[in-house]
Design a protein around this ligand. Structure first.
Ligand code: APR
Length: 234
């Protein structure tokens, strides 16, 4: 029997979706950029100037991500796949969406699970839990660095993300301050007729056409997913 195509939901996430898993966000109070400057640890210039400091920063984040568990927000997003065609576009570098069971995660800023050669970006190894050291080298002798998109580097998968955003019937934006481009610009490509929802603790400016739900993703998303799933199964 012909199956009707499932309606597509595009979920666009930022650090706030992992906050209740115990991972720091960037710009909230207590965030990562409160205790460390971007220029010190998240740019190619920082890597050239003080690679040990950069590795310390990402080694710490790698360990934190490995110790974190998916929270009810990640689980609710994964549950949507029972009735919808869900694509996640994430700015995050943890693997909590995958560990929650989501099957389609498009990453814009790289991931903490892989390290790559500074000479040959296609040379990848799993990011060691004990951390990277400056002695770690690729076969060509290049240093190994986190597979993270630093400020000033090109984001990954942007065209694919754009295609997914512009064709989804619903767009759910969760836990992002929408302050970093080009990622944040994706919200303006949502279909005008799409249902558009944004969940955050606060937002400077809610994008045009989005309904803002103020609060914790871990509380709001399970209710929202339940509502959408029950509507679907009517
Ligand atoms: N539930 C929902 N939203 C939350 C929660 C929570 N429990 N906790 C925080 N938030 C929201 C905040 O209200 C804020 O809008 O998450 C957002 C966090 O914003 P940022 O710290 O700026 O994180 P993000 O938007 O992901 O940053 C984007 O900046 O530094 C770069 O590459 C880095 O991918 C990152 C990008």
């Amino acid at each position: 029997m012909m199956q009707r195509a499932k309606e597509k939901i595009l979920v666009f996430t930022g650090a706030g979706v992992s906050a209740e898993s115990g991972l720091k966000t960037f710009r909230d109070s207590g965030g990562l950029w409160e205790s460390m400057r971007i220029e010190e640890v998240a740019t190619p210039e920082a890597w050239e100037r003080d690679p040990a400091k950069v590795l310390d920063f990402y080694n710490m984040r790698r360990k934190a991500a490995a110790q974190a568990k998916p929270n009810p927000a990640h689980l609710a997003i994964a549950q949507l796949e029972t009735a919808f065609d869900v694509a996640i576009v994430t700015q995050n570098v943890d693997d909590l969406h995958e560990r929650a069971g989501s099957s389609r995660v498009i990453r814009l800023h790289g991931n903490l699970s892989e390290a790559k050669s500074e000479l040959d970006p296609s040379y990848r190894i799993p990011y060691p839990l004990e951390g990277l050291s400056l002695d770690d080298r690729c076969p060509r002798g290049g240093r190994l660095r986190p597979h993270i998109v630093w400020f000033g580097e090109a984001v990954e998968n942007y065209e694919l993300a754009l295609e997914e955003v512009s064709t989804a019937g619903r767009m759910l934006v969760v836990g992002t301050s929408l302050s970093v481009y080009p990622a944040a610009g994706l919200v303006s490509y949502a279909r005008p007729d799409a249902e558009k929802v944004l969940v955050a603790m606060d937002i400077d400016a809610c994008p045009e056409g989005f309904e803002f739900f103020k609060g914790r993703a871990g509380e709001i998303l399970p209710k929202l997913a339940q509502k959408w799933l029950s509507e679907k199964n009517r």
